[in-house]
Design a protein around this ligand. Sequence first.
Ligand SMILES: Nc1ncnc2c1ncn2[C@@H]1O[C@H](COP(=O)(O)OP(=O)(O)OP(=O)(O)O)[C@@H](O)[C@H]1O
Ligand code: SF4
Ligand SMILES: [Mg+2]
Length: 381
Amino acid sequence: MAKHEGYLSAKESRRISKENRRITNELEKKRKRKNVPEEEYTTRMHNENNAVEFDNLHTYFYTDAGTVKSVDGVTFDVPIGKTVGVVGESGCGKSVTSLSLMQLLQRPQGQVVEGEIRLNLGDGKAYDIAKIPAEKMQKLRGNYISMIFQEPMTSLNPVFRIGQQVDEVIALHEGEGKTKDEIKARTIEMLKTVGIANSEGVYAMYPHELSGGMRQRVMIAMALACNPRIIIADEPTTALDVTIQAQILDLLRNLKDRINSSIMLITHDLGVIAETADYVVVMYAGRVVEKGTVEEIFAHPAHPYTIGLMASKPVVGKQVDKLYSIPGKVPNPIDMPNYCYFKDRCEMCVEGCDGAYPCEVSLSPTHKVSCYRYYDKKGAE
Ligand SMILES: Nc1ncnc2c1ncn2[C@@H]1O[C@H](COP(=O)(O)OP(=O)(O)OP(=O)(O)O)[C@@H](O)[C@H]1O
Ligand code: SF4
Ligand SMILES: [Mg+2]
């Protein structure tokens, strides 16, 4: 950044663009290689019971204003058959983490620059998504990992009928040897599974003829059509009213159990997390500040940011004049401080908070927190 905050001279901007082009061209060239030997991206899971392991993931965006460190060293696991809730305020890197797993980052500026994303393929085999070439990734998307996006209207194509769109997904991933009628029958079965009553009628409808809840169900049908091992649900119910929200979450949970897959559920709604998740990951400014089981995080929140989040949610039956809000704002992702990222907003600072970014401290085998307040109690790892 230039000396005057928020101001970049034309010369400086040109220099950054040139440097960005150099870095991203190099990374893109590597990613687009053909016939890459499998050993280059084959790895081993650290724990075979995990479906995905994010390990020190760094995802940056090379913009003309500078490098945005959207995900800056994220480590957490998604165990097989479990739901992991990822929470944190807007812009903390939740979506970028999941898009890194899908390899759907806006390229060339968005790039995974460091770390591993291990995807469990079973039989002791795993791929590192951070290194996998683009052509190989296409086969994993849909079959192993699928994503349900926040806004179904922008994800469904308005000019094609619902049936055509679900048929296309099924034909692409499991259509080999199937006739058109068999694919249609599978689509109608999927629409029924996600609770659409008039599934044959809906098959012939356009997206604008459905309600928001129905569109979200269609998105879920598409995401689950090929029995993926991991389902990423990025704010799947934010645009829906609470009764439909509860139905959709129930549906996701039931379908997940039926095909024994895992869910990575991204939301800013702590109520949704409490109801749906087994584990919780709390992110702040591109880092994981706390993680643990849902009971640990809700009964014993440890990081001042998590404590603030809990205090700022409304509680039924508890009367308050004004809901608590965490003071201050998130640091600029282009110019992160070299101390705890939450320090400028923290109301619980202790001696040592001026030091380097705090390491992770284990409060239990599953509960970890990055904060100086716990250094004496357990010792940093
Ligand atoms: N295409 C992009 N180019 C530049 N910066 C980006 C891009 N996409 C995301 N970012 C930046 O990455 C950071 C993390 O964004 P992300 O979308 O992951 O936030 P989020 O936690 O999902 O927030 P929300 O709750 O609002 O969806 C933000 O600072 C954002 O500005
Ligand atoms: S390390 Fe210090 S500043 Fe950071 S969250 Fe913990 S107490 Fe607050
Ligand atoms: Mg998001």
